[in-house]
Write a protein that binds this ligand. Sequence first.
Ligand SMILES: *Cc1c(COP(=O)(O)O)cnc(C)c1O
Length: 377
Amino acid sequence: MEKIKRNILLNPGPATTTDSVKLAQIVPDICPREKEFASMMKGIREDLVRIVHGKQDDYTAVLFCGSGTINMDVCLNSLLPANKKILIVNNGAYSTRAAEICTYYGLPYIDLKFPVDQLPNLEKIEETLRSNHDIALVYTTHNETGTGLLNPIKEIGALAHKYNAVFVVDTTSTYAMRPINVYDDNIDFCMSSAQKGIMAMTGLSFVVGRRSVIEASKEYPKRSYYCNLFMQYDFFEKTGEMHFTPPVQTIYATRQALDEYFQEGEGSKWARHTRVFEEIHKGLNALGFKNYIKREWQAGLVVSAIYPDDENWDFEKVHDYCYNRGFTIYPGKISTTNTFRLCALGAIDEQDIRDFFVVFKEALLHNGITVPVKYNK
Ligand SMILES: *Cc1c(COP(=O)(O)O)cnc(C)c1O
């Protein structure tokens, strides 16, 4: 087979994958209702619980065919008992998306907003929980991928539990990268998508959560058919299969990606992402770029750099120059400040970042942008 061109994706997912994961999708045709396929999914579900150090009796992984947002939808619409409320701790675009999902379903929720470049105020969270006894579910985002800010989930989870609420965290952009322990981090439900931390393909997403809560949710109001957590869980438990057609080839890639995850190991993988992240900072600093989020608040996976004040700056042009040379950079997701993002996920290492900065600097000079870049204030 011809060699597959290796692109370095610095966007926040899908990530650069290994060739072995790409090629794992090329398998003989199979009907996913076969026992062989169910047994592969069983192993995947168990491994997904293992990654966040859950015990199989306490936690389970439920797979869905869809992009990462399906997990958010599933958790929000399925885990709210009747006559109860959701508290969203919101300091970014992804928690705002969660609030939107609640609006679409007509779920009662409190949107507790904090500035997108700040950590949430724990006292305000506690005050809200204290004065709203009907909050049954607390929701937040671990790494706000739009900015790269890391939220204090352990502390927010502790507050949720103190007020008897279930804690749901969107860990889509930290899972299988930044080490997570569901017990230490006070997580009842977390989630991710195969194309992010585990470095597989798009189309498969998963919720990892407490079995006892999922079982209790059988009695909660049903608000979606395709995206109901208990229904999918129950079908998996009874038959070992997804209720409806799974993304077959993506699941083969996921099997391979999980084998590679455990071969690399949690600690070494996080160390590699950290090396990449440090190298991104080094490169940006050398070119004079400013960070949007305070360095000590960054999750170690996404760097948001502020657009320089240069009349020749044109993100599209810089992007295209890099893209044509195998490097993908990504715009920011902040309404008030113009930023672009460089992300440390995927099967890449520090040398890839050094190679990127050679091209990136060329892209700046090629477009007449002053290096080091300038800011007016
Ligand atoms: C990527 C991501 C998602 C899912 O986005 P999709 O485009 O639906 O895959 C959800 N939450 C966070 C924090 C993410 O980074």
